[in-house]
Design a protein around this ligand. Structure first.
Ligand SMILES: Cc1ncc(COP(=O)(O)O)c(C=O)c1O
Length: 357
């Protein structure tokens, strides 16, 4: 607290990201990073960039990166906005497109950055409870609103929503922007990107942090009709002209271009997820359906807090959310390599057998 702070700073409750522990040799399954490194072509592009032009500012419009992203998704460059991680893209989305006199709607259990942006930008919002099985019921969003946002698959549940449901939502909700945050879409969830041509109020956000293994480079993007993108560009150009530095641009372009590597590591993560789910179910865990690179699980005999603490004692870090209370029994486990899964399963089997003996 300080008398020098503005009113808004006094009122902020900042987002708390998952821990990035400084200890070595941890099995780190807490922040949904990819266990595999980025494409070798990314590393080659970064080396080349390092040898060249860091003396000069980057392109403020990131035209080369936008062109590659547009080609990837069959859109025009005018339908692409890029930013410093999808968190920054989302921040601009909240300010540019979701601040209206009617409340913004999002699920009560979802990405916990959304209410933080609302307090930063003073946006009125209303949370819509997930159904008892933690799914999103789009009929609950059929009410006057200043915008709708949710991730698909949702976080931290991992549950995907069928494209046909999103289409229905867009058909009934035509007067405000609908944002689908597809941070985890590449791990087996249907993307809404192809609906952009039909629905001028649809905005889809993506990140290179997850499926393209570039959490450390900070690149995300939004796709939508050109006038939605223009709103984001107006905010960005009033905030930071160069959110994508030369490294981020070079690395992101190479990552988007290496489609084969991308497909291979996504498939591998999905395969590991499916075998981990089987093994956890054998240990008695309830596992929510996942279309993401993480799973949301609980055990009937041990609380989420207890399991998280015990795993930590064995050098395995997973994520636990204390609130809302409905999700407190759960752990969110990022999908790692097969050998990390093995270590996790052995640790959990030990913990549960200690109890039985
Ligand atoms: C649902 C969701 N959206 C967006 C992000 C932001 O990702 P980034 O800023 O790394 O692009 C995350 C990060 O974990 C997320 O879980």
């Amino acid at each position: 607290m300080s008398k020098f702070w503005s009113d808004i700073v006094h009122k902020l409750t900042p987002y708390v990201p998952g821990e990035q522990p400084k200890l070595e040799n941890l099995v780190k399954l807490n922040t949904n990073e990819n266990p595999y490194g980025p494409s070798p072509q990314v590393l080659a592009a970064l080396k080349l960039e390092a040898a060249e032009s860091l003396r000069l500012y980057p392109d403020p419009n990131s035209d080369a990166l936008k062109a590659v992203i547009a080609t990837t998704h069959g859109l025009k460059a005018s339908q692409v906005f890029v930013g410093n991680g999808s968190d920054e893209v989302l921040a601009h989305v909240f300010q540019a497109l979701l601040k209206h006199s009617r409340p913004l709607l999002f699920p009560d259990i979802t990405y916990s950055f959304y209410p933080v942006y609302c307090s930063l930008y003073d946006i009125e919002y209303q949370t819509i409870p997930l159904a008892a099985d933690f799914t999103i019921n789009i009929d609950d969003y059929d009410q006057p609103n200043g915008g709708i946002i949710f991730p698909n698959p949702n976080a931290p549940t991992g549950i995907p929503l069928a494209l046909e449901r999103i289409k229905k939502l867009l058909q009934t909700n035509t007067q405000s922007v609908v944002v689908i945050d597809e941070a985890y879409v590449d791990f087996g969830t249907e993307s809404a990107v192809n609906l952009i041509r039909t629905y001028p109020n649809l905005l889809v956000t993506h990140t290179l942090s997850k499926a393209r293994s570039l959490a450390g480079l900070r690149v995300g993007y939004a796709l939508g009709a050109a006038d939605l993108i223009e709103a984001l560009t107006r905010v960005k150009d009033s905030f930071n002209s160069y959110p994508i530095d030369r490294f981020a641009s070079a690395g992101a372009i190479a990552a988007m271009q290496d489609v084969t590597y991308f497909g291979t590591i996504c498939n591998k993560v999905v395969e590991t997820r499916e075998s981990l789910i089987k093994a956890l179910k054998k240990l008695g865990f309830d596992v929510l359906p996942s279309g993401a690179n993480f799973i949301f699980v609980k055990h009937p005999l041990k609380s989420g807090a207890e399991l998280t603490a015990s795993l930590r004692g064995q050098g395995i870090i997973v994520r636990h959310f204390r609130s809302p209370s409905r999700i407190a029994p759960y752990l969110r486990i990022t999908i790692g390599t097969d050998s990390q899964s093995k270590v996790l399963i052995e640790a959990l089997a030990d913990l549960l057998s200690e109890d039985a003996s």
